[in-house]
Write a protein that binds this ligand. Structure first.
Ligand code: F6P
Length: 534
């Protein structure tokens, strides 16, 4: 599948990335500018020939055809028989997108407007609690895509949050709902139950706990006035007794991990306001337009994806680190873990055949500079290469702390330079000799201070992390996942791999509470059950 690229890899693996900068235009030629952002992949071992071979993959996989099929509402999620149209949620009102011959945009626009009216009404105190008070707190109960997007974006855009305080509960561990509700005044708290299916056990269990809490504190009759639901399962929201005007629905063509742009983003809209939420969607729509129009190496999501394929499937680097030099993107790695690993962590291709190559990589990360003082040791001197994806803004939101932002920039740039440049044994020896070491001790100490270097990284630069920029970054990564999936022949929009554990957890329930005998279970599970049941 990747024969040409593998031989290019063998031929170039002894080359130092630094040597590619002998070409004075290296940085310019191996970077992409789009939507006000700069994506620099010049600190990788990709040269013009490798890039051509990578771009060939997109031709052979008919990326353009598949991309257009996605945007036009074709049912490209074949294992679930669904269209993939999260992009419709951020498409301008006047567009037309047909699914099964019906334009989905009137429904999208109607929900968008209802959300905006609700958010504005609540923020301005026109929509109140049953007791007539202004809502002060919002608790979003959801998990996976019904949590990670709004929770991550809420932190990312905290300088713009001027609405009610928002809290997020996801884990079925009772500690999460307990500790969160302890922070909220029940009389003025809105509980949002966010679940596409409205069947997810964690969410429904936490939602029931929150409803009981409300009933106990404000009375069963008033509890409903504190609830709201985001779901595509309107029968289930009705069974729950949630008033239709408090339900914001969406269609099955919005995948959970792609859903922050619509109703699942309600908590974010409540926090930052409808206008800024619109800017967030506009930023993503700009990236959509770029993805649809830009050719080959000028296309930022395509190049981000190809760098990923190069490092993972060709060079064999099994993980990649996402390293935002932006404290407010602290939850971005977790968000991208779901986006990338739930989408492309598959070993069967769309047609049911075994995948002839590695699936998508393990994604992990932490904001810089914190990671520097934790796991960068391994990134610099460990035996495995971890391709790093740095990201940083030209400006922070705190002009009075501009000096700290300059320090942040210096650290970010220093890391990618250090990874590429490294430090040779000669340099390390000279360093230690200058400190007075000699003989065997000099040799020994010098060896510990060698950095192999030649470790690839990319850097994404944006101006300021405002709502539109966050939208652009998230859409960039969504399309990256799509491009990688198309090249690998994967269906990036299903998630069968989460099912088995859910089934077994359901079966284990009665064994945990002792109503069923675990005789049929393996010895380890029986021992652990016995220990946990005390
Ligand atoms: O179990 C995985 C998953 O289905 C994710 O894909 C999804 O984001 C999450 O669970 C939550 O699902 P729901 O929104 O239906 O509660």
């Amino acid at each position: 599948m990747f024969a040409a690229l593998k031989s290019l890899h063998s031929a170039s693996s002894g080359r130092r990335i630094l040597s590619l900068f002998d070409s004075p235009d290296r940085a310019r030629d191996f970077s992409v500018t789009a939507c006000g952002m700069l994506f620099d992949y010049s600190k990788t071992n990709i040269d013009a020939e490798i890039r051509r071979a990578l771009l060939d993959l997109t031709e052979r996989a008919d990326l353009a055809g598949k991309r257009d099929a996605m945007f036009s509402g074709a049912k490209i999620n074949e294992t679930e028989g669904r269209a993939v149209l999260h992009t419709a949620l951020r498409t301008p009102d006047d567009a037309r997108i047909l699914v099964d011959g019906t334009d989905v945009m009137p429904g999208v626009v109607a929900t968008r407007n209802r959300m905006a009216r609700f958010a504005t009404g609540l923020r301005e105190g026109e929509i109140t609690t049953p007791g007539g008070r202004r809502f002060t707190d919002v608790v979003n109960i959801g998990i996976g895509g019904s949590d990670l997007g709004p929770a991550m974006a809420h932190i990312a855009l905290s300088p713009y949050a001027d609405g009610p305080r928002c809290h997020f509960v996801s884990n079925v561990d009772g500690a999460h709902i307990h500790d969160t509700l302890a922070l909220c005044p029940p009389e003025t708290t809105l509980v949002i139950i966010a679940s596409k299916t409205f069947t997810t056990i964690e969410t429904m269990t936490n939602a029931a706990a929150a409803r009981d809490w409300l009933a106990a504190k404000v009375g069963a009759d008033s509890a409903g006035g504190h609830l709201c639901a985001l779901s595509s399962n309107l029968d289930r929201t009705a069974d729950w007794g949630i008033a239709p005007e408090r339900v914001f629905g969406f269609e099955d063509w919005v995948g959970g991990r792609y859903s922050v742009w619509g109703p699942i983003g309600l908590s974010l809209m409540l926090a930052i306001g409808a206008e800024r939420f619109r800017a967030f969607c506009r930023g993503a729509a700009e990236m959509d337009a770029h993805f649809r129009q830009a050719e080959g190496a000028d296309n930022m999501p395509v190049m981000l994806a190809l760098v990923g394929i190069w490092h993972n499937q060709i060079c064999g680097h099994a993980t990649r680190a996402v390293l935002p030099y932006e404290q407010r993107l602290a939850r971005l790695p977790a968000y991208l873990q779901q986006l990338e690993m739930e989408s492309n962590g598959k070993s069967v291709a769309m047609d049911g055949a075994d995948l002839p190559c590695d699936s998508g990589p393990v994604v992990w990360g932490e904001p810089g500079t914190n990671g520097q003082h934790a796991f960068y040791q391994l990134i610099h001197q460990g035996t495995r290469v971890v391709p790093c994806e740095f990201m940083i803004g030209a400006r922070g939101h705190e002009p009075e702390l501009a000096a700290q932002h300059r320090l942040l920039i210096a650290n970010c740039l220093a890391q990618s330079e250090a990874l590429m440049r490294g430090r040779s044994l000669e340099e390390a020896t000279a360093l230690m000799a200058a400190r007075g070491l000699t003989g065997a001790e000099l040799d020994r100490q010098a060896r510990h201070r060698v950095f192999p270097g030649n470790r690839p990284s990319t850097t994404l630069v944006y101006d300021l992390l405002d709502p539109a920029t966050l939208g652009r970054i998230l859409a960039l990564y969504e399309h990256r996942v799509f491009v990688e999936g198309v090249i690998l022949g994967i269906n990036s929009f299903d998630q069968w791999g989460v099912e088995l554990g859910k089934e077994l957890a359901t079966a284990l329930g009665p064994m945990v509470d002792g109503s069923e005998d675990p005789a049929g279970k393996d010895g380890s599970t029986r021992m652990l059950l016995a220990r946990l049941r005390g």
